[in-house]
Each structure stands twice: as structure tokens, then as C-alpha cells.
Design a protein around this ligand. Structure first.
Ligand SMILES: Cc1cc2nc3c(=O)[nH]c(=O)nc-3n(C[C@H](O)[C@H](O)[C@H](O)COP(=O)(O)OP(=O)(O)OC[C@H]3O[C@@H](n4cnc5c(N)ncnc54)[C@H](O)[C@@H]3O)c2cc1C
Length: 316
């Protein structure tokens, strides 16, 4: 039995969901046309795990929903040793962590795909939807920033590419113009001696959004003793996910040691601009940035050396 408050909430939600036109095009060209025709009044839908919830609470009231799951380009998941990994924008998380190339070459992606919601959510939710929803706490964005990934966009005026770190412009907003669609995310080929790791903090072992999330990528030289390059992405510490570029640059050319990792963590803390809310104070979040950057870097270093680092799918 539902409580009275719960019954009222359900009734409120039912009233809020306005009629809309549902379309499910089979080609990219048609999807772009259907979106462009309605401009701001149309929305793309992949898994719908954000969109449907937001329509029910009235955050979005699209006249037209364009279901993009039948568009072949958006369902492609391919790896080639020449070009790297291409993740179609509608590919759900469960396909990512079941993919052997990703498990072998991009385990940082699995760290993130395997913790988005629970198993039912992962059956629907896509990285494309996670990026386009553009939440500051989006779990897939920091690790994609760390890997140096790029968003491939198609629209009425053609195609363009945007680095993941430049895609979000504010909480829930991004660079997509009306009629534009995220087609895929390209993750560059990772060279030898590279590794990445994503970690987030949530206060309980149930579904929740990140209080802080950190993705780290490293390339090692000098037989694993020196950082050649490093990239660090942060979630939930600013209005958009952040590329903490100075923290990565700080490591370049430095020995792999607790001391240099600690210094990079301090730089990342100085870049974070968190707010205080019900999930944690700004001070707590800043502290967490330091802790998680260190752990994520240590995990990335281990993977770069070929050592095993557990995640929600691959448990030690
Ligand atoms: C119970 C629950 C738990 C959750 N847990 C987490 C979590 O742990 N971590 C986390 O980060 N998120 C979480 N989420 C949020 C959500 O599941 C993710 O953001 C998910 O990845 C969204 O993907 P989707 O395919 O469902 O997107 P959709 O809901 O289909 O779309 C999301 C937004 O992106 C737009 N969009 C989608 N695809 C495209 C495209 N190709 N081009 C242009 N615009 C597009 C839509 O119009 C919409 O505005 C949770 C949600 C629920 C309901």
C-alpha cells in the first residue's frame, strides 16, 4: 500500500506528463531531421533513464521524443588497433562491460559503466545519455576526459567533434545546438605502458550519485618508474565535470612515487570548486578529491604496469 504522500506524488507525476509524439527513426539523417524540425521542443532518447524521469517531474516537456536506439551508427561498438575505440551514443552500459576489447584495453571505462545505477539501469543507460544529460556528477565523463576522448556530433549543418572536457557548459547544459545529436564517443588508441582508473565516493552501498568522482590516466616511461603523461578528470566538484589539466601536467617527467602523486592530488584540490549540499560540504568534497586522485592514480599506475585492479565487474 502506498502512503498518502506517495499517492499524491504519483498523482502529481501523472498530471505532469504531457502528451508527446514518439518517433523511432532508422537512420541518422532521419533522426537529425526529426530533431531539427522541432528545435528546442524535441529531445533525443537513448535508454530514457534520465529523460523519462525528467519528463515526469516536468523538467522537460518535449513535443517530440526521438528514440535513437534504431540508428545503426549509434549502436556501433568497435575497436581497431588503428583508430581506437568507438562507442555509439546509444550503446548501453552492459554491452561495454561485456566487451573483451574494452576489458583488456580500457578497464577504466568498465570501472564507470559497472557502477551507473544498478543492473536494470545498466541494461538501458548509455554513455551517450550520461554525457548529454550533462550532470556535474555524471560517472562516465571523468574517465573519458582522462582517456582524452572526443564527442562526435551530427546535426543539420554537418558533423563536428568536441573534446569530452569541452562538451558540458553547465549543470544539464552542453554544446549541442537544436537538431544536433551525439553520434559516438571516440577513445584514442592507448599506447603501451598506459593505464586508467575511475573511482567515486557515495555515502552508502546503494544507488546514489557521486559525491566526488575521479578518473585518472597515466603513461609511464623509464621501465615504469617515470610519468610520461597523465590526465585527470573530476566529477561533482564544479558546475561541469572538470579536466584538471595542471594536476596531470605536474606529473609529467616526474618519478612515480607517493610524493609526486600527493603533489598532483594537492593541485587537483586547488582546481576543484565544489558546493555544499545534502551529500557533503565543500570542505569534505575538496578532501575527497585529494583522497580519490591519489587512489585513482595508484590504480592507473598498477594497470599501466600490467597489474590487476578490481572493479564492480572484475573482482579480485
Ligand atoms: C535509479 C537510477 C540510478 C542512476 N544512477 C546513476 C549513477 O550511478 N551514475 C550516473 O552517472 N547516472 C546515474 N543515473 C542517471 C542515468 O541513468 C545516466 O545518466 C544514464 O547514463 C543516462 O543514459 P540514457 O541512455 O538513459 O539517457 P536518456 O535518459 O535517454 O537521455 C539523457 C539526456 O540526454 C539526451 N540524449 C540522450 N542521447 C542523446 C544523443 N545521442 N544526442 C543528444 N542528446 C541525447 C536526452 O535528450 C536527455 O536529455 C541513474 C538514473 C536512475 C534512474
Amino acid at each position: 500500500m502506498f502512503s498518502r504522500a506517495r499517492r499524491l506524488l504519483i498523482a502529481e507525476g501523472e498530471r505532469a506528463l504531457k502528451d508527446f509524439e514518439y518517433t523511432a527513426p532508422g537512420t541518422l539523417r532521419e533522426a537529425v531531421k526529426l530533431l531539427a524540425e522541432k528545435g528546442d521542443s524535441a529531445r533525443a532518447m537513448a535508454g530514457g533513464t534520465d529523460l523519462i524521469v525528467q519528463m515526469r517531474i516536468n523538467r522537460h516537456q518535449p513535443e517530440r521524443v526521438v528514440d535513437i536506439k534504431n540508428v545503426p551508427e549509434l549502436n556501433e561498438l568497435t575497436f581497431t588497433p588503428r583508430t581506437g575505440l568507438r562507442i555509439g551514443a546509444a550503446v548501453p552500459c552492459h554491452r561495454l562491460y561485456a566487451n573483451a576489447d574494452i576489458a583488456q584495453r580500457y578497464p577504466g571505462i568498465i570501472d564507470s559503466a559497472a557502477i551507473i545505477g544498478g543492473i536494470q539501469i545498466q541494461g538501458r543507460a548509455s554513455f551517450g545519455g550520461n554525457i548529454c544529460n550533462s550532470s556535474p556528477s555524471a560517472d562516465c565523463i571523468p574517465v573519458l576526459i582522462a582517456y582524452g576522448a572526443t564527442c562526435e556530433i551530427a546535426g543539420p549543418n554537418g558533423k563536428r567533434s568536441v573534446p569530452v572536457e569541452e562538451f558540458c557548459t553547465g549543470p544539464g547544459t552542453n554544446v549541442l545546438a537544436p537538431g544536433e545529436l551525439l553520434v559516438s564517443v571516440r577513445v584514442p588508441l592507448n599506447r603501451k605502458n598506459t593505464g586508467a582508473h575511475y573511482l567515486r565516493f557515495i555515502p552508502r552501498n546503494e544507488m546514489d550519485i557521486a559525491v566526488v568522482g575521479v578518473g585518472a590516466y597515466v603513461e609511464l616511461g623509464g621501465r615504469g618508474k617515470v610519468f610520461k603523461t597523465a590526465r585527470i578528470g573530476l566529477a561533482a566538484v564544479a558546475p561541469t565535470p572538470l579536466f584538471a589539466s595542471q594536476a596531470g601536467e605536474q606529473l609529467s617527467g616526474q618519478p612515480v612515487s607517493d610524493e609526486t602523486i600527493e603533489q598532483a592530488a594537492e593541485v587537483a584540490k586547488s582546481i576543484a570548486r565544489p558546493i555544499s549540499d545534502m551529500r557533503g560540504t565543500a570542505e569534505f568534497r575538496t578532501h575527497l578529491v585529494g583522497v580519490l586522485v591519489k587512489r585513482a592514480l595508484h590504480g592507473a599506475v598498477k594497470r599501466a604496469k600490467g597489474e590487476f585492479v578490481a572493479n564492480a565487474v572484475e573482482v579480485a
